[in-house]
Design a protein around this ligand. Sequence first.
Ligand SMILES: [Zn+2]
Length: 115
Amino acid sequence: MPIPYERLKNALLAEKANLTEQLQQLSAVAKEEGVGYSTHPADDGTTAFDQARDLAVQVNEQQTLQLVNDALVRFDNGTYGLCLDCGKEIDAARLKAIPYTPLCLSCQSKRERRS
Ligand SMILES: [Zn+2]
């Protein structure tokens, strides 16, 4: 199965726009709420929980955005679709599922086993 580069690049660009917007919204909310400060002592538990959850989401989205940007760079230098570890072509079905993945399935599972 050939790799549908054009479609994957469009998917990456859409993902990038989506993540950038979500991150902007999250940082806007953090500013409004005033991180680490609440005028309602009774709400502290909830607020801290919400902030921790927002922060976890934010970190996760930043990491994904980094992967998306890296993948777009690989498009530009012509190495997109090649595994970073072994240099072989990543399976087209895997790229369709996760367009920003830098690793083929076997290298990914090797890394997961190591960590
Ligand atoms: Zn590999």
